[in-house]
Design a protein around this ligand. Structure first.
Ligand code: ADP
Length: 955
C-alpha cells in the first residue's frame, strides 16, 4: 500500500534545484512538481518511465494533459485546495501516450512560491495491479447487480456449454409470451432477432465469449408475438472459469421501444422542419433580443445576404430606410397581422414585401419569428386590376346580402349619382331600400343568387342619389371561399337607360297602336295609354286634355291624380284663360318644369298653376297633322327629380302615336255612331221594301190571274167568234152561189149583171176575209193553247221521212201557173223522232206555205238528213228573202216583214213561224233561218233523234 511520501516533509520555499536532482531522480517513486495553474514544472525519471516519456522528450505543458478526462476536474480542485488544507491521498487515472490507463495513487503539498504562484510537489504510486484485482471482484458483483436490476428488465443467463438459457418471466413478457410459451434455449432468442441486427448482436456476445470484452451493450430489434418489432437494449457480461475461459453469459433486456420510437419521430420531425425551412418560399427569420439569430435559405435568396451576414442584424435593416420604422413598430406590436412594406436587397433593389411576425418561447427564451414575402407580382397584378377596376366602363362592386357595398368603382358611383365610391359606400347602407325602386326586386335578385350562385343580365330600374331613375343591367356572382362558405357578391353593372328607353318607346308605341283596336272605347284607350306610361316612366299622376275649338273648350278626357280633380276649361281662346296645359297647347311644345323654376316663372307672371302645386310637371302636346288636338301631362308632388329629360323624350316619342290613337278611336266612335244610324235606316228601308215586294207579289199574282182570265177569255171569245164566222162564211158562200147560179141567168139586163157581178165580187171578199179571220183565230187559238200548256200532245215514235215527202208534194197545187220547180229530196228512211205527227205536219205546211207565198220563180226544195244528235229538215226557196234585221223578229207573233205575199188571198196572220218555233222548241229542237233579200230563204228545223231523246232522259 502507498505510504505518505517522505517528500511531503520537505521544507517549503526551497528551489528543487537546490535539491539533489540525482537523488530525486534515483528515487523509484515517481515525483512531480506543478504550478498552482496546473503547469508541469518537473517529473523525475521514475515518473517519466511510468508515463513512457523519454529523458530527452519534452514534458506536456499541463498536468491535466496526462490525466483521464474524467479525473481532470477532481485533480484541479485538489490542486487548488492543497495549499489550504491537509493534502489527501487521491487516486487518478493517467493516460500515457501509448493509450493505456495507469491507475495511480498520490498526494501533493505546496513547496514554495514561484513569483506569486504556488508550486506544489507530489508523488504517485502505480496501483494498477491492485485496481485490476479489485475490478475483477467488482465485475462479478456487478453482474449480479446487473441481473437483479429493476423489475422492468428481463433477465437471461446463458450456459454456453449446454446452450441452455434462463429467461425470466419479464424477459418473455417484453416480447409478448407467457412463461410456458418460450423454451429455455438460445435459439428462441436468436431466431427472434431482426435479420439486420442479428450479426451485430451475435458478434457482441462472441467478443465477450472470446474474452475480448468483459461486458457489452447492444440495441436491437426483436420480434414481438403480435408481429411488431420491439426495440431492446441488451446488456451482458461474461463469467469465466478458473482457467479464464468464459463459460456463461448473463444479462438483461430493457424494452426501449418507446424512447426509440420517440427518437425516430423526433428525428423525422427535425428532418421535416429542416426540409420545410429549406424549401420554404418565404423568408423566415428567428429574432431574439431584437436581432436575427437564424434565417432560412429563402431569406438568402430573397435578400442576397449570406446567412452568416444576417446573423446579429436588426430585421428592420432589411427594409428601405423609409419603411424601417414601420417594421420596428410592427415587430413591437407583434399582432400577428400582415403588414406591407418595402424590402431592400443587397444590390439595392427594392420590392414590395409582406411581413408577419409572431412571438413564441423557445428553449425558455422569448423568440420572434418573422416571415417576409415578396409580393411585388401580386402588387403589380393588383395595380393592374385596380386600373381596370377604376377605369372600367362598367360599374364594378362587391356587396353584402344585407345590402352594403364593400367595394365600388367610380363608374358605379357616377352611375348612381354619387360623387365618389367612398360616398356611395358610406351613404348606402341598405341597397334594397335606397337603390332599388322596388324592394321586392332586390329580394328576387338575392333569391336568384342564393339559388344559382350567379345572376346574369338582371335588368332593373334603380334610384340615383338625387332621386332620379336609371335602368341598369347587372351580372353578379356569389363569391365563396374554397370551402364553399359564402363571402359576398361580386358584380358588374351597366347603365342601360338609353337602350331601355328605346325599348320602352318601341314597346309603348306598339302597345298604343294596338290599343286602338284592342280597346272598346276612348275611356278604355285612355286607361291603356296611362297603364303603358305608368309602366315605362312611373307616370302615377297623369292626364290627357283635349281641345274642342268649335266649343272653345278644353276637356280633361282622362284625369288620374292623387290630389286634384279637374273640370273643363271654357273660353280658351281668351288669353285671360291660363294654365300649364293651355301653355303647352298654345306653344305647341313640351314643358318640363320643376318646382323651383315654376315658382320663379309664376312670380314673374309667366305661368299659372291650376290646382295643387307640383314638385315636377311635364306636359307634351298631342299633335295630329300639324293641329294640336290636346296635351298630356305627368306630375309628382313630392320629388323634383322624379322625372328626367329622358322621361320628356319618352313622352315626346310616344305623343304622336297617342294623338293618332286618340284621333282614330274618336273617328271610330263617330263611325260606330254613324253606323248605328245607318243600320236603323237600313232596317226601316228594308221593311219598306219588303212591304213593296209583297205588294208587287200580290200585283203579280193578280196579273197572272188576269192573264189566265185573258187567255181563257180569248180562248172563249175566239171560240165564240169562230162559230158565227163559219155561219157568215157559209151563208155568204150560199148567197154567192145562189146569185151566180140561179139569179144571174134570170137577169139578162146588163145593169143588173153589173150589179150582181159586184155583189158576187163582194161576197167572195167576205168569204176570203172570213177565211183569213178563221185561220187567224185558229192560229191564235193554237198558239195560246200551246203557251198556256193546254195543248194535248199525241206523241209517238215514227220515221218522219214519209210525212216529209207527203207534205212537200202537197204544195205543188199552189205553185201551178208559176215558174217554180218543187224538189222534194227526202231519203227513204230517217232516224225516228218521238212527237205528235200532226204537229210535224203543221210545221212543214207552215214553212212550205211561206216558201210558196214568197217565191215567184226558181225552185222550192225540201231535204232531210241527220247529224250526230239530230234529224234536220231543210225548206229552201229562191223567193224574195228576208233582210237580216228581221231574222229574229219573223219568229215573233204577228210579225210580218212586209206585204211581200206573192199569192193573192193568202194574206198571212204573222203567227205561223211563232207556232213552228213553239212546237220545235217543245220537243227540244231549234229553227234556224238563213236568208238575204232577193236571194231566197232557208229554214232548217233540228229535231232530236229518238236515241238522243232517250239519252237526254237518262241524262
Ligand atoms: P204569215 O202567216 O203572215 O206568213 P208567218 O209567221 O208565217 O206569217 O211569216 C211571217 C213573215 O215572215 C211573213 O209575213 C213574211 O214577211 C216572212 N216570210 C216567212 N216566210 C218567208 C219566205 N219563205 N220568204 C220570204 N219571206 C218570208
Amino acid at each position: 500500500m502507498v505510504q505518505n511520501s517522505p517528500l511531503s516533509s520537505l521544507p517549503t520555499g526551497e528551489q528543487h534545484s537546490q535539491w539533489d536532482d540525482k537523488f530525486i531522480d534515483s528515487l523509484f517513486l515517481p515525483v512531480f512538481e506543478v504550478r498552482e495553474d496546473g503547469a508541469i514544472l518537473y517529473i523525475n525519471a521514475a515518473g517519466r518511465q511510468l508515463l513512457g516519456i523519454g529523458e530527452d522528450e519534452a514534458l506536456p505543458p499541463f498536468a491535466v494533459d496526462l490525466l483521464h478526462p474524467e479525473d481532470r476536474k477532481r485533480f484541479l480542485e485538489e490542486l487548488w485546495s492543497a495549499g489550504k488544507r491537509a493534502s489527501r491521498r487521491n487516486e487518478y487515472r493517467l493516460t500515457p501516450t501509448d493509450g493505456s490507463i495507469i491507475h495511480v495513487s498520490g498526494s501533493m503539498a505546496p513547496c514554495r512560491t514561484d513569483e506569486e504562484l504556488v508550486v506544489q510537489r507530489g508523488f504517485f504510486v502505480d496501483i494498477s495491479p491492485m485496481v485490476e484485482a479489485e475490478q475483477q471482484l467488482r465485475t462479478s458483483d456487478e453482474r449480479y447487480a446487473l441481473v437483479s436490476r429493476g423489475a422492468n428488465d428481463g433477465i437471461w443467463d446463458w450456459d454456453i456449454l449446454t446452450d441452455e438459457v434462463y429467461f425470466s418471466p419479464r424477459y418473455k413478457e417484453i416480447i409478448g409470451y407467457a412463461e410456458h410459451e418460450f423454451a429455455n434455449h438460445a435459439d428462441e432468442w436468436r431466431r427472434r432477432i431482426h435479420p439486420d441486427d442479428l450479426d451485430m448482436v451475435v458478434e457482441a456476445n462472441m467478443r465477450c465469449i472470446r474474452g475480448e470484452t468483459d461486458q457489452f451493450e447492444v440495441e436491437f430489434r426483436m420480434l414481438h408475438r403480435d408481429g411488431n418489432w420491439k426495440w431492446i437494449l441488451g446488456r451482458g457480461a461474461g463469467l469465466s472459469d478458473e482457467t479464464g475461459k468464459v463459460i456463461r453469459l448473463a444479462g438483461t433486456h430493457t424494452d426501449i421501444s418507446r424512447s426509440k420510437n420517440a427518437e425516430a419521430a423526433l428525428r423525422a420531425s427535425e428532418e421535416l422542419h429542416s426540409a420545410l425551412s429549406r424549401a420554404s418560399f418565404e423568408a423566415v427569420l428567428i429574432i431574439e433580443n431584437g436581432v436575427i439569430v437564424a434565417a432560412n435559405e429563402a431569406t438568402r435568396r430573397l435578400f442576397g445576404h449570406s446567412l452568416s451576414e444576417l446573423s446579429g442584424k436588426a430585421p428592420a435593416s432589411l427594409m428601405t430606410p423609409d419603411s424601417q420604422n414601420l417594421v420596428r413598430v410592427h415587430l413591437q406590436k407583434d399582432s400577428g397581422e400582415a403588414v406591407e412594406t418595402t424590402g431592400q436587397k443587397i444590390d439595392g433593389d427594392t420590392f414590395h414585401a409582406e411581413l408577419r411576425s409572431r412571438s413564441f418561447r423557445y428553449q425558455g427564451r422569448q423568440t420572434q419569428v418573422l416571415s417576409i414575402r415578396d409580393i411585388s407580382r401580386r402588387k403589380q397584378a393588383e395595380e393592374r386590376y385596380r386600373t381596370i377596376f377604376e377605369n372600367a366602363l362598367e360599374g364594378i362592386y362587391q356587396s353584402t346580402p344585407d345590402g352594403r357595398f364593400i367595394t365600388a368603382n367610380s363608374t358605379l358611383a357616377t352611375m348612381l349619382g354619387y360623387e365618389s365610391p367612398a360616398q356611395l359606400m358610406e351613404e348606402v347602407t341598405d341597397i334594397g331600400k335606397q337603390i332599388y325602386i322596388n324592394r321586392s326586386e332586390r329580394e328576387r335578385f338575392v333569391r336568384e343568387l342564393a339559388l344559382h350562385g350567379q345572376v346574369r343580365d338582371f335588368e332593373t330600374q334603380v334610384r340615383k342619389r338625387d332621386g332620379s331613375l336609371v335602368w341598369i343591367s347587372q351580372s353578379v356572382r356569389a363569391e365563396k371561399n374554397l370551402s364553399g362558405r359564402f363571402l359576398h357578391y361580386e358584380g358588374f353593372a351597366q347603365d342601360i337607360t338609353t337602350r331601355k328607353t328605346n325599348e320602352l318607346i318601341s314597346a309603348a308605341l306598339y302597345r298604343i297602336s294596338r290599343a286602338v283596336s284592342a280597346t272598346a272605347d276612348l275611356t278604355e284607350l285612355y286607361q291603356t295609354i296611362h297603364q303603358v306610361l305608368r309602366e315605362a316612366i312611373s307616370a302615377h299622376n297623369f292626364y290627357i286634355a283635349r281641345v274642342y275649338p268649335d266649343e272653345n273648350r278644353l276637356t280633361f278626357s282622362h284625369f288620374q291624380d292623387e290630389r286634384d280633380h279637374m273640370y273643363d276649361l271654357f273660353d280658351i281662346s281668351n288669353p285671360e284663360t291660363r294654365g300649364l296645359t293651355l301653355d303647352v297647347i298654345r306653344e305647341g311644345r313640351s314643358l318640363f318644369l320643376k318646382r323651383d323654376q315654376l315658382e320663379h316663372e309664376m312670380a314673374e307672371g309667366r305661368r299659372v298653376v291650376r290646382g295643387t302645386m307640383p314638385a315636377v310637371w311635364i306636359g307634351v302636346p298631342l299633335i295630329m297633322r300639324d293641329k294640336t288636338i290636346g296635351a298630356m301631362a305627368v306630375q309628382d308632388y313630392e320629388n323634383q327629380n322624379q322625372f328626367t329629360d329622358r322621361d320628356v323624350l319618352f313622352l315626346e316619342s310616344v305623343s304622336d302615336q297617342i294623338a293618332l290613337a286618340i284621333e282614330r278611336k274618336s273617328n271610330e266612335e263617330r263611325i260606330i255612331r254613324l253606323n248605328e244610324t245607318l243600320e236603323s235606316k237600313v232596317v226601316q228601308r228594308t221593311a219598306e221594301l219588303e212591304r213593296k215586294a209583297s205588294e208587287l207579289e200580290a200585283a203579280n199574282l193578280r196579273l197572272r190571274e188576269l192573264d189566265q182570265l185573258k187567255s181563257s177569255l180569248i180562248s172563249s171569245i175566239s171560240h165564240e167568234l169562230r162559230t158565227p164566222l163559219t155561219s157568215i162564211r157559209g151563208f155568204a158562200k150560199l148567197v154567192a152561189r145562189d146569185i151566180s147560179r140561179k139569179l144571174c141567168p134570170m137577169l139578162e139586163e146588163s145593169s143588173v149583171e153589173q150589179l150582181t157581178d159586184r155583189m158576187i165580187g163582194n161576197l167572195s171578199i167576205i168569204e176570203s176575209e172570213g177565211e183569213r179571220l178563221t185561220r187567224l183565230i185558229n192560229d191564235f187559238l193554237d198558239l195560246s193553247r200551246i203557251e198556256s200548256g193546254k195543248t194535248f200532245w199525241n206523241d209517238m215514235e215514227f220515221d218522219p221521212s214519209s210525212i216529209l215527202r207527203e207534205t212537200g208534194r202537197s204544195i205543188a197545187g199552189q205553185l201551178a201557173g208559176r215558174p217554180v220547180q218543187l224538189e222534194v229530196n227526202v231519203p227513204e228512211t230517217l232516224p225516228c223522232v218521238v212527237m205528235d205527227e200532226d204537229r210535224l205536219r203543221q210545221v212543214m205546211i207552215n214553212l212550205l206555205n211561206n216558201a210558196a207565198k214568197f217565191t215567184d220563180q226558181g225552185r222550192i226544195g225540201v231535204q232531210a238528213g241527220e247529224t250526230d244528235e239530230n234529224l234536220f229538215i231543210c225548206v229552201e226557196d229562191t223567193g224574195i228573202g228576208i233582210a237580216p234585221e228581221h231574222h229574229r223578229q219573223v219568229f215573233d207573233r204577228f210579225h210580218k216583214a212586209g206585204d211581200g205575199d206573192t199569192v193573192p188571198g193568202r194574206g198571212g196572220t204573222g203567227l205561223g213561224l211563232s207556232i213552228c218555233k213553239e212546237i220545235v222548241e217543245h220537243y227540244g229542237g231549234e229553227v234556224r233561218l238563213e236568208s238575204q233579200p232577193g236571194c231566197g230563204s232557208r229554214f232548217t228545223v233540228f229535231l232530236p233523234k229518238k236515241e238522243d231523246v232517250s239519252q237526254k232522259e237518262t241524262l
